[in-house]
Unconditional design. Structure first.
Length: 199
């Protein structure tokens, strides 16, 4: 029989799922409290990184209509619930995992679509929407749906060619969403839009 505490925990996780545009499931075995604090800080205020119980999370995911985590809820589990820029959050997670290999990115979802670990990495390789907007002086707008289409295209490429996302694909949101008004932008903005992203 479910206790009030468990019911409350399921309700909270369900709400987190429903209020997020994206979420990434991770295993954090071996990370210290200080490292988890550093990760939370790097994710920013619009991403909630929460340690969760697997059984309760499975129930909450079903209640929220999410099946991306089926079969993945094992071991010490934490989820990044992303309400802001999914690209920036995915980049923060993958960058942290590079220097802290104890953090394992397992799976995720983005605007209701399931992502495997390689698709999360591909999402992180895209430019953030805010950076794109700055590069073309406010002319470019890349809604989340455009990024979802790009992630789908990257997933197909990854399946065809292995783990490396093609460099050209990372520019897809800018190419797809730049309106005709971009031609009227200042010369500096056009030059910046053509320049490769600095790493």
């Amino acid at each position: 029989m479910a206790t009030p505490t468990k019911v409350s925990a399921v309700d909270e996780i369900t709400t987190d799922f429903k209020e997020s545009t994206a979420a990434v499931l991770t295993e954090y075995r071996g990370l210290s409290v200080a490292q988890l604090k550093e990760l939370r800080r790097s994710l920013g205020a619009e991403t909630k990184y929460a340690v969760v119980k697997n059984t309760l999370t499975g129930i909450a995911a079903k209640e929220a209509g999410i099946d991306a985590f089926e079969g993945q809820l094992a071991g010490p589990t934490a989820i990044a619930f992303i309400k802001g820029d999914a690209v920036a959050a995915a980049k923060s997670l993958t960058d942290f995992a590079k220097t802290n290999p104890q953090l394992v990115i397992k799976t995720g979802y983005f605007e209701g679509k399931a992502l495997d670990a390689s698709a999360v990495v591909a999402l992180a390789a895209l430019e953030s929407r805010e950076f794109q907007l700055a590069r073309v002086a406010g002319v470019l707008k890349a809604p989340m749906s455009a990024l979802a289409r790009t992630v789908d295209a990257l997933r197909i490429k990854l399946e065809e060619n292995g783990d490396a996302a093609p460099a050209a694909a990372t520019e897809a949101p800018a190419a797809e969403e730049a309106p005709a008004a971009a031609d009227a932008a200042p010369a500096e903005a056009a030059e910046e839009a053509a320049a490769p992203e600095e790493k």
